[in-house]
Design a protein around this ligand. Structure first.
Ligand SMILES: [Zn+2]
Length: 67
């Protein structure tokens, strides 16, 4: 089963992961930006978790388990 909502959330998560990888450790504001991206990633994780558990009218996502 496919789930567009889940796919969308996961691709957002991928984008954040990529962004995190691209942030060079010796950037002047790197730490600050990294912390911000980390935070957005955490809340995205929470959203995905919630969607998988009860994102479909209180029921589990049919695409869960294939993140
Ligand atoms: Zn779903």
């Amino acid at each position: 089963m496919k789930c567009q909502v889940k796919d969308e959330l996961v691709s957002q998560l991928m984008a954040l992961n990529n962004k995190l990888n691209l942030l060079s450790p010796d950037l002047v504001h790197g730490d600050e930006e990294r912390a911000e991206v980390q935070q957005r990633r955490e809340s995205l994780y929470a959203e995905i978790k919630h969607h998988r558990a009860k994102g479909h009218d209180g029921k589990p996502c049919p695409a869960a388990g294939r993140v």
